[in-house]
Design a protein around this ligand. Sequence first.
Ligand code: SF4
Ligand code: SF4
Length: 373
Amino acid sequence: MHFRHVNEINLCLTEKCSLRCIYCYKKKARQDERLLPISFASQTFDLVAADSAHSQITITLHGGEPLFAGAGHMADICSLLEKKALKASKSLVFAMQTSLSDLTGEHINVLKKHRIQIGVSLDGPGEVNDRQRGRGQQVIANLKRLIREVPHLVSGVICVLTKHNFQDAIAFFQFLYDLEINKGNFIVCRDNGAAKCQDIALDLSELTAIRKEMVQYHLDTRFSRFQEARTVHMLHRFLNPTAAKETIWGRGCYSKFCGAGIRVIEVLPNGDIFPCGPAVSNRRYFLGSIHDLDHKKYLSVLASLHREKKTGGDVCLSCVAALICEFSCPAYDTYTPDYRKVLCEATRMMYSYLETIDRELYSLREEIFKSSC
Ligand code: SF4
Ligand code: SF4
């Protein structure tokens, strides 16, 4: 009943993390050493598998830093879920979002064995990363090791843009491309209550400048080198209005309607369920526990979250930039509605800018459509 549309389970293996990212929304929790018990992972899978209409389910290992759960614990969870999936006639895909700060050879064996797709959190080449995350040299060394040993498993990079690193973003594209990583998701730093980001969040002119630079990079390289997901999707929607009509199985945070709590759920080491990772820091989005789920409460929390996702109302209805807009994110915008206004203005400015280069964009439409698949 709750999980009919769920095809992705984020299992927070542990909230522990050794990094001290300046925008972290788990500042208190990251010292918590508890692990997600194997029985909770199993119970979560049973709940979803019994209800989900999907034949394939993605299990994403999250944290904190999921590697801190240890290679053995990761392997036990993956092996058990594989057996369960077989019984439930579901196919499984494993993924992990990691900073790679504490990677070992044992981890790599588990990644290989269970074919875990690895998304790496990294904010720039070593020194740039260190301005806001730390241990950059170690992370880059571990990333190179992964690329050497399991290149097919490295799926991309998530980079958080702040005042400290946005000017290095295009050089970072090239750096990643040289490492043979050609996909990434560059997210604008936001404040979500637990992460106090007002001082490091990009202002309107910084935001529009970097977004334009990112577009220009893709045009200059004809989409044949590094591809930044949000830029590609924005251009795709600009050229193809029907792409904006996405379903809950479609896109993620950059859709008008995100899949939080519907297509994806996040489960914490204590069994608490939230709609997505960033929503964890806000207790109002607590959906229930794997031990105790109340259908009415679950639905009412989700309804309120998705009402907020669509905020803007009449203004958005008559806004031409709605075509490329990511709209609201309830996990963040509750705390800083003013920053939402900055993003809104930046989106309008981007739309006007794209209109000035629309011929060039149309000339590359095949490359853009192909990249957004
Ligand atoms: S609530 Fe925000 S962070 Fe969570 S899935 Fe929706 S848009 Fe993304
Ligand atoms: S740019 Fe602003 S007004 Fe336009 S659709 Fe997006 S949020 Fe709404």
